[in-house]
Design a protein around this ligand. Structure first.
Ligand SMILES: NC(=O)c1ccc[n+]([C@@H]2O[C@H](COP(=O)([O-])OP(=O)(O)OC[C@H]3O[C@@H](n4cnc5c(N)ncnc54)[C@H](OP(=O)(O)O)[C@@H]3O)[C@@H](O)[C@H]2O)c1
Length: 263
């Protein structure tokens, strides 16, 4: 039975992947979360579900993370932030933890089984090839709105790449996302597209994670997922970009708002 782990199963992307995997009775799912209570509150079908195992822990607990991902064919790394927090490092911290867990599986557990493929949630904005059809002004605006997140994603990808001789990762780099139904998807190395639903993104990530191990076409390159049907517009996106631009241009202001409990 194919086995998948979802790191950050309580987030937008993690939840979408979980929703699709729960519909497929031929797979087992392992969820790594900070709060099992939150996950149960979001997904009622988890109760007494023999195909799902939940690991409640933190990224500092490498043995638990290793236990969660060891038997998996693929791991969906969806631990992230949507807030353009100055100095954010969650993507890099997750990369450190995942690489440490893989080393733990190899060195401490002395497992000779194939290591799971890591499917890393990233962003199309940081990939020149995927963005080549995007108007320069639009990419600049989005980059300014999420500059701290993108710097973190770039550092995380560079860190994973240091380990490419012994592990495998696929960086999934979508365009703007929106909560919508599934419209159909395609995985491509050529372009990204705004907007894409979280469910279509999830289906694309599952396609990446289900690839045969011998098929290395997408390993270590940025791939995007694009919709093949109609997807609605995310009208909240301009506001999120505008807000993120303020944290890029005036980073201390973020901490003023944060200490006042406003972000
Ligand atoms: N929004 C877009 O249009 C768009 C477009 C392209 C790419 N992206 C990328 O998508 C990512 C955001 O994805 P998303 O919307 O799925 O994020 P999200 O909904 O904010 O989910 C984040 C997940 O990470 C977990 N998490 C956060 N900090 C953690 C920590 N320190 N330890 C353990 N778990 C932690 C959260 O757990 P809790 O539930 O416990 O907080 C949650 O499960 C960003 O990297 C962004 O660049 C977004």
């Amino acid at each position: 039975m194919p086995t998948f782990a979802i790191l950050g199963a309580t987030g937008n992307t993690g939840q979408a992947i979980l929703t699709l995997l729960l519909k497929d009775s031929s797979v087992k799912v392992r969820c790594f979360v900070r709060s099992a209570k939150k996950l149960h509150g979001q997904s009622s079908e988890l109760r007494d579900n023999k195909r799902v195992r939940i690991f409640e822990s933190s990224l500092n607990d490498i043995p638990v993370l290793a236990e969660c991902i060891a038997p998996c064919d693929a791991v969906f790394s969806c631990i992230a932030t949507e807030e353009n927090t100055p100095g954010c490092s969650i993507a890099l911290e997750t990369g450190h933890a995942v690489v440490a867990a893989l080393s733990h599986i190899r060195c401490v557990q002395k497992s000779s089984a194939a290591l799971p493929r890591i499917i890393v949630l990233s962003s199309g904005t940081i990939n020149d090839r995927l963005c080549r059809e995007t108007p320069t002004w639009a990419r600049y605006l989005v980059w300014t709105g999420f500059s701290h997140i993108y710097a973190d994603l770039q550092r995380a990808q560079a860190y994973y790449a240091l380990h490419r001789s012994w592990m495998t990762a696929i960086f999934v780099q979508p365009g703007g996302l929106v909560h919508d139904k599934q419209s159909g998807h395609a995985v491509t190395t050529e372009r990204d597209e705004t907007f894409l639903s979280y469910l279509d993104l999830a289906a694309g990530m599952i396609e990446c994670g289900s690839k045969d191990r011998a098929d290395t076409e997408w390993d270590w390159v940025g791939v995007s997922v694009v919709p093949t049907g109609k997807t609605r517009i995310n009208f909240k996106a301009p506001l999120a970009i505008l807000r993120g631009c303020v944290w890029t241009i005036l980073p201390p202001l973020y901490w003023v708002f944060h200490s006042a409990g406003l972000v």
